[in-house]
Design a protein around this ligand. Structure first.
Ligand code: BGC
Length: 728
């Protein structure tokens, strides 16, 4: 690192046009594979091509070495390029989709996977990844729920900090680490109707309590960059919101890193309807606090004029460029512009055995077992298994982000993995993935083949689901059901009366009412990544037991979306399990989700004793992490196998100035118990767990009654109350 003086000196030599280029990120590559940016062709403007500050989506050691070498020769001040790309859940070795990683409820797994991703990406010349996505998600119609770790601010915060630590390690200048960019600040997950790119309305009460914590956690973990969302929040596009990017991000959260716009989001301020033209869009976003414009070039095209008219100040431009150069300096790029890029290391690290092993473990840990009637799972060695369905032998195990640098051909299918597990597997792939997209009427021949196979077998494993293209960006849906032909196949197989284990591949919570009705066992596999087939087979065959927990509620019907466990109470709650006139809910449907947040079964069962509190009344007058009391329960493995349980702590503030959520996750512990074994699981309750943000006042703890729930998911019923006196 060369330090502040070096950066100031460099800055003082740059012309305004060079500074504008430094604030611009070019697409790295044309769709036809020809190079852009420094290697010409991106922008007709040679000066911009030669002096741009960063490239998007350009990687591969050999190409980066070449591009950086040319850039160092051609750019006016020999300032190295930053290579940024979306390394979202793996680079070449692809881990499960982020929602699946969230389902593992294991921040250390996320940290480890991010560190592997950083190592693989860094040797391919990547300096910055646009991850983690810290958006809170509540509406399964929104395709980008697949990129989030779910509906809970606490779990999301643990995960976003873990991603950041994994990428950045103990310093972005160190070998095999890259810088992390948290996104999309903020409220993108709350877009109306779950329609991508739509607007969001969120009051400060919810913004600070629900949406902000995962961003704050990433910032506190040292995240170097932040990306504002495409959306408007309360009428102002995030890219142009000074309140968000200055008052909340810098003044309240103390973020000091680089703010980069989302792809062409600066220009999109015009269609958003807050700017007449791109010059004004540039002025507004720089004024709000955007340092780098991704892909479009309004900064470059208009900055000189904007300085001349006073619409943008020189101090704003210098601040932005200084932050960008400081990031480059922190990565050590002025001393070694190539950092870790190395074709030889690519060979060593990409998809190496150790990385694949972790991906296999992550795939297994991300699986959530939702139903297991008559112990249909685990499969037994002597059983004949009919492996059926569009995912039975498919390599479509990567979501869209997995495909940025990962390859389907590197994936192990479920069928192949079954083959590695002796005894199992006489399989066939009956339906190809096109059926998922076209939703044509069921094909009698295919069903006949499936039935024939089922006839010769003891059990059916049916691998069905959404197509990977149905989620992620621009992947919003109006329907959370699986395609009708898949349900038809399931029903036909059900008529054989053979036990059916349905494995569901998905990027979002789905309506599984019919799937559950016609299956003995139901497993959610998400998009499980390169080693997906093996991870799933490990769990189905009992090589390891399922341990995943839902990071989002699964609805009973699409019309329930958005549905999430930590909602506010209503004046007319429905505490029954059927529709009640004049109580909260919908006609003709049971209230609540089909499967709640935190839910997940394993191959044994656990019982919980009553919750015990160490005292019933505490006095507290200042914020702290110190223990006020202990809440505990005794968990017993009542089954016949050793198993892991995720013991969850939820708190409810019974009455506050603001209506408080019906319960909020505040802690969890994973324990492993042998058959018949019991253990006391204790949680320390601190003031920090009880406080919340009150608009115009700040973080407060209000005196009154609190309720503590400890149980296996968000609908557990055991609780005890205690009183807090004082407050702050
Ligand atoms: C997405 C971002 C992503 C960026 C760069 C945008 O379309 O919204 O999440 O990081 O593209 O690829």
């Amino acid at each position: 690192m060369l330090g502040k003086d070096y950066i100031s000196n460099l800055l003082s030599q740059m012309t305004l046009k060079e500074k504008a280029a430094e604030m611009t990120q070019l697409w790295g590559e044309n769709p036809d594979g020809t190079l852009m940016g420094i290697l010409r062709g991106f922008h007709q403007n040679e000066h911009l091509s030669a002096n741009a500050g960063s490239l998007l989506g350009f990687c591969g050691a050999q190409r980066v070495l070449e591009a950086q070498r040319l850039h160092m020769e051609e750019s006016a001040h020999h300032i190295p390029l930053l290579f940024m790309t979306d390394v979202i859940h793996g680079y070449k070795t692809i881990f499960p989709s982020v929602l699946g990683l969230g389902a593992a409820w294991d921040p250390s797994l996320i940290e480890e996977s991010a560190s592997v991703a950083a190592a693989e990406a860094s040797v391919s010349g990547v300096h910055v990844t646009f991850s983690p996505m810290a958006d809170l998600v509540r509406d399964a119609r929104w395709g980008r729920v697949i990129e989030s770790t779910g509906e809970d601010p606490y779990l999301n915060s643990l995960c976003s900090a873990a991603f950041t630590r994994g990428y950045q390690g103990d310093g972005i200048g160190k070998p095999l680490h890259i810088a992390s960019c948290v996104k999309h600040f903020i409220g993108y997950g709350a877009v109306e109707g779950g329609r991508d790119y739509d607007s969001a309305q969120i009051g400060d009460y919810q913004l600070f309590n629900d949406y902000l914590p995962p961003f704050l956690a990433a910032v506190e973990a040292g995240c170097e960059l932040l990306m504002p969302g495409f959306n408007t929040l309360n009428g102002v596009p995030c890219t142009a919101s000074r309140r968000l990017l200055q008052e909340i991000l810098k003044d309240f959260m103390h973020f000091q890193g680089v703010v980069i716009s989302d792809c062409t989001a600066v220009c999109e301020l015009v269609p958003h309807g807050i700017c007449e033209d791109q010059a004004q869009a540039a002025a507004l976003s720089i004024g709000a606090g955007v340092d780098v414009e991704m892909v479009s070039s309004s900064f470059y095209d208009h900055l000189e004029k904007l300085i001349e008219t006073g619409a943008v100040s020189m101090a704003q431009v210098d601040g932005a460029v200084e932050r960008i150069l400081t990031l480059k300096d922190k990565m050590g790029l002025f001393e070694n512009p190539y950092k870790d890029a190395s074709p030889q290391k690519e060979q060593e690290l990409h998809l190496c055995g150790k990385h694949r092993q972790l991906a296999r473990k992550a795939a297994a840990q991300s699986l959530v077992l939702l139903q297991n009637q008559n112990q249909a799972l685990p499969l037994q060695n002597n059983e004949r298994i009919a492996l059926i369905g569009p995912y039975a032998d498919s390599r479509k195990l990567l979501d869209i982000w997995g495909l940025v640098n990962g390859k389907e051909e590197d994936c192990v299918t479920l069928y192949e993995a079954f083959g590695e597990h002796a005894a199992c597997a006489q399989g066939c792939r009956l339906w190809n993935l096109r059926n998922l997209e076209e939703e044509r009427p069921s094909d009698a021949d295919l069903i006949a083949q499936a039935l024939e196979l089922a006839d010769k077998s003891d059990k059916i494993v049916l691998a069905i689901g959404e197509h990977p293209d149905m989620s992620a960006e621009a992947g919003s849906r109006t329907d959370l059901e699986l395609p009708a032909n898949q349900i038809a196949l399931l029903k036909a197989l059900h008529d054989t009366q053979k036990p059916i284990v349905t494995v569901v591949f998905t990027g979002r919570p789905l309506v599984l009412t019919e799937i559950a009705r016609y299956s003995s066992a139901v497993v959610i596999a998400w998009f499980p990544g390169t080693e997906g087939g093996r991870g799933i087979a490990d769990v189905l065959t009992g090589r390891c037991a399922p341990t995943g927990r839902l990071p989002m509620s699964f609805p009973r019907a699409t019309g329930q979306a958005p549905i999430y466990y930590n909602h506010l109470p209503t004046g007319r709650p429905n505490t029954t399990n059927s529709y009640q006139p004049f109580a909260n809910g919908y006609i003709g449907i049971e209230p609540g989700p089909l499967y709640p947040f935190g839910f997940g079964l394993t191959y044994t069962e656990f019982s919980y004793s009553e919750v015990t509190l160490s005292c019933r009344s505490v006095t507290c007058t200042a914020p702290s992490e110190q223990k006020l009391l202990t809440a505990s329960t005794v968990v017993t493995n009542t089954g016949s196998r050793t198993g892991e349980e995720t013991v969850q702590l939820y708190i409810q503030d019974v009455a506050g100035t603001y209506s408080r959520p019906v319960r909020m996750l505040k802690g969890f512990q994973k324990i492993t118990l042998g058959p018949g074994e019991s253990r006391t699981v204790a949680f320390s309750i601190s003031p920090r767990m009880l406080e919340y943000y009150i608009p115009q006042k700040g973080i407060s703890l209000e005196e009154g009654t609190f309720r503590i729930y400890i149980g296996p998911h968000a609908e557990s019923t055991q609780y005890q109350e205690f009183l807090v006196k004082g407050g702050y």
